[in-house]
Design a protein around this ligand. Structure first.
Ligand code: IMP
Ligand code: MG
Length: 175
């Protein structure tokens, strides 16, 4: 198991997060946001992002997963659901990475059933080539190639989440 050199350094990540937060702050001027982080992967991005958003925010989380190792199972399990009332709220869903789109689409539809005033999606990474379900991403950090990445909250078997950068993960030395 080998971690390649950083695809995005901590500096590049922070610069992008700051720009996203500024865009969100502008778009939501005069409103309040209910930021919903999708755990576990989004925990780092979520905390960096909300710290830089300059409109009133409440936070909640969803713990959901559709992944076993590096294979998408297509099944989404929800282990913890948003407890805040959603009716009339401006919900901003915050996700680490959109791959097939199955997870986010499932969560998006589940939230829409609870009649929020608005629902927007912010994803740190977009692995566009792999998309199976088309899901609208209103704010995105970076588009990445079809490679498995770890770090900045993203894992392989629940490891490497603490790396402060994003790196390509390879199973052999042939990088
Ligand atoms: P999707 O349902 O296929 O879009 O998968 C999305 C979820 O799979 C993300 O929320 C991640 O938790 C996980 N995932 C997808 N690609 C990667 C990756 O390259 N590294 C780590 N986790 C990933
Ligand atoms: Mg995730």
């Amino acid at each position: 198991m080998v971690i390649g050199k950083p695809l995005f350094t901590p500096e590049q990540i922070q610069e992008r997060v700051k720009a996203l937060a500024e865009e969100i702050t502008r778009d939501y001027a005069g409103k309040e946001i209910l930021a919903v982080g999708i755990l576990k992967g989004a925990f780092m991005f979520f905390s960096d992002l909300v710290r830089q958003i300059r409109v009133p925010i409440t936070v909640d989380f969803i713990i959901a997963s559709s992944y076993v190792k590096t294979q998408t199972t297509g099944e989404v399990k929800v282990y913890y659901d948003v407890r805040e009332p959603l009716e009339g709220k401006n919900v901003l869903l915050i996700e680490d990475i959109v791959d097939t789109g199955i997870t986010l689409n499932f969560i998006r539809e589940r939230i829409l059933q609870r009649l929020p005033e608005s629902l927007k999606i912010c994803a740190f990474l977009d692995k566009k080539e792999r998309r199976i379900v088309d899901v609208p991403i209103d704010y995105k950090g970076f588009v990445i190639p079809n490679e498995y990445v770890v770090g900045y909250g993203l894992d392989y078997n629940n490891k490497y989440r603490n790396l402060p950068y994003i790196a390509i993960f390879k199973k052999s030395m042939n990088l």
